[in-house]
Structure formats: C-alpha cells, structure tokens
Design a protein around this ligand. Structure first.
Ligand SMILES: O=C(O)C(=O)C[C@H](CCCc1ccccc1)C(=O)O
Ligand SMILES: [Zn+2]
Length: 332
C-alpha cells in the first residue's frame, strides 16, 4: 500500500540488526484471531471498537481539557530511551551487596497542562517526557464516561475464553514522537489499544530468553533486556545475533495482543507526532502444569530459582558460582 494509506513510512523506524517477521494483522471478526490468542501468540486485531470513543475524541487538546486537575505520573529522560525500573528494588531494606544503580529516567508528578505545555515547546536537545498514568478515579468525569463506553464485551469475551485472571489496570500512555520503551516482558496478558499516532512494536517469544539476557531478578531492571539494541555488545551477549522476532506498526483503532511473558520493544515513530495508547493488563490466570512445559513456564521457574537462591545466599556474586558448580559436568 502507498504511504498515504498506511500513515507512515519506513524512514520513521529506527534501524536495528534484527531478523523480524510480520505479526499477522486480522480483522476482529476473523476466527483466526482466536487461533493465535489460544496459543498465546501475538496478533494485531483491526477494526474493533474496543476504544472507539477514545479514537474519536482523545486529541491532545481534549485530554488536556478533560484529564483532570490532579497530578499524573510522567517519566523524564535525557535521551529517547525510557528503560523501566522498579523503584522498590533500589531501596529495599535488605539491599543486596554491591547493587549500585543510576536510574536512567526520573519519575515526576505533573499536571496535564504542564505536560502538554512542555510537549508543545519541546526542542531538540530538551529532555523528553513520557506520561504513563493508570486510568483511575483521579481522571475527569468526561474521560471516565468515554472509558465506560469502551467495548467491554470484546475484552470480557477474550478474558473468559482464555481463562485470564482479573483486569489489573488500564494504563494511559502519552508519548512524544521518537520515544522508545526498551525490550522487556511483563507477567500479564496485554491488549494494547492504540488511539493516536503510530507505534512500532517488536516482539520476541519467551524462548528467546537466552538471546535477550535479562537483568537478574533482584535488579531494578528486572524483566528488562540488558542488551542495548542500538549498540549490541556481541562479546558480552553473543546469542543476541541469533535473536528471532516479529514486528508490526499499530495505528489508531488497532489492538495488539501482547501475550504474557512475550518480550516487546515499543517505539513511537520518529517525526510521527505524539502518540496515545491505553493498555489492558490482565493477570495470567491459573497455570495447569501440563508436560512438556511451555517456555514461559520455564521462565517463571527460573525466576523462582533465582529468588530462592538470592534469599539464602544473600550475595548475588555467589549465585553464579553455585549454579556453575551444580550443573557443570553434571547436568551440562
Ligand atoms: O503495555 C506495555 O506492556 C508496554 O510495554 C507499553 C510501553 C510502556 C511500558 C512501560 C512499562 C514497562 C515495564 C513495566 C511497566 C511499565 C509503551 O507503549 O511504550
Ligand atoms: Zn510492557
């Protein structure tokens, strides 16, 4: 299709040394959508009315006027990357020895009017902003009305069909063009509903764990990849060159199913203007252990082993040597 039809062009995508297939794009009434979701595989769902009211009304002006007077969570970065970190893991009392950590972004509370003003006045070289605010009672009544008119039947049908747990949150993301959320996985099922602008989403299956080198579980960057996609260190992370993934660009009205434990890198297209997304995070639901185990279940097991070892060993530097002693020459 020509550029006008799809609303963006490839010059707006950042360049990475990755082999990526295309995530299937299917209309929401296509039964094949359920084949993918049943298998915990990503699929881009088009034409749904999931966030129709927002798609029709949520311009930046409308959001500024109606998001409410209270503070919202905004991350500030000196570059285009917004690598998430868990604050609780920085200051936890029994802080593990030798964990020095410099947060790559700052979390500030900001009024929507201040946020929008900074967006309008932003110039190259200025720090970048990314509003990430769970939709809750603090937002204005007009936004709540729109929210209540989301197609809750659509998501309820998916939740029940795949035995997901409860909806934990809907996070509103208002990003500047060019912002990047580096590669990470979440322990929740996610229906990622795009409202304004275009976002490129690169996804990797849980079995790519060995190629993405996640930070240790105790680290503030737990669940995030240690590899810098823009300058991969192939010496430290040799398996990164074997990485295989898939990608798509989501636009207004598109809903991307990001399966639980699937890695994802998200970028707002360069020169594409601000973007607005609302996600729907669901608990995973009951795990019935059937053999062979699924890859994401093995990730969960590895996480539990790491947590247990750190609990007893206390010093992170002892975990590697102990595991090496246990497996080398015996299990591998
Ligand atoms: O919806 C999702 O899961 C995304 O990753 C969307 C992503 C921002 C996520 C920020 C974040 C990362 C890790 C933990 C908690 C919050 C974006 O759209 O830029
Ligand atoms: Zn995520």
């Amino acid at each position: 299709m020509c550029a006008e039809k799809i609303g963006w062009d490839s010059s707006q995508l950042r360049k990475y040394d990755l082999h990526l297939d295309e995530i299937p794009r299917l209309h929401y009434e296509d039964p094949k959508v359920d084949e993918f979701m049943q298998k915990n595989q990503p699929v881009l769902i088009t034409g749904s009315k999931l966030v129709k009211p927002a798609e029709e009304k949520w311009t930046l002006d409308y959001l500024e006027k109606n998001l409410g007077k209270s503070n919202h969570t905004v991350f500030v970065s000196r570059n285009h990357k917004f690598k998430y970190f868990d604050e609780k893991k920085i200051y936890n009392k029994n802080n593990l020895k030798g964990v020095e950590f410099t947060p790559p972004t700052k979390r500030v509370d900001m009024k929507i009017t201040d946020f929008m003003k900074k967006l309008r006045e932003w110039k190259r070289g200025d720090e970048r902003l990314y509003l990430q605010q769970p939709l809750n009672s603090t937002v204005g009544s007009t936004i709540v009305e729109d929210y209540l008119k989301f197609d809750w039947h659509f998501v309820a049908e998916k939740k029940n069909k795949y035995h997901w747990g409860e909806l934990t949150s809907n996070v509103l993301f208002i990003s500047m063009e060019g912002n990047v959320t580096p590669c990470h996985y979440d322990e929740q099922q996610n229906l990622f509903a795009q409202i304004l602008g275009y976002k490129r989403c690169i996804l990797f299956a849980p079995d790519q764990f060995e190629c993405l080198y996640p930070h240790p579980v105790y680290h503030p960057h737990d669940r995030q990849s240690m590899v810098d996609f823009e300058r991969p260190d192939y010496t430290k992370y040799p398996k990164f060159k074997n990485l295989k993934g898939c990608e798509t660009v989501v636009g207004p009205g598109d809903v991307l199913y990001i399966p639980i434990y699937w890695w994802h890198h998200v970028e707002s297209l360069m020169r594409g203007g601000p973007t607005v997304t609302v996600n729907f995070w669901y608990k995973g639901g009951p795990t019935n252990l059937e053999y062979p185990l699924q890859d994401h279940q093995k990730v969960s097991i590895m996480r539990n082993v790491e947590k247990m070892l750190l609990e007893v060993l206390q010093d992170p530097k002892e975990v590697g040597p102990l595991l090496r002693t246990m497996v080398l020459g015996r299990y591998c």
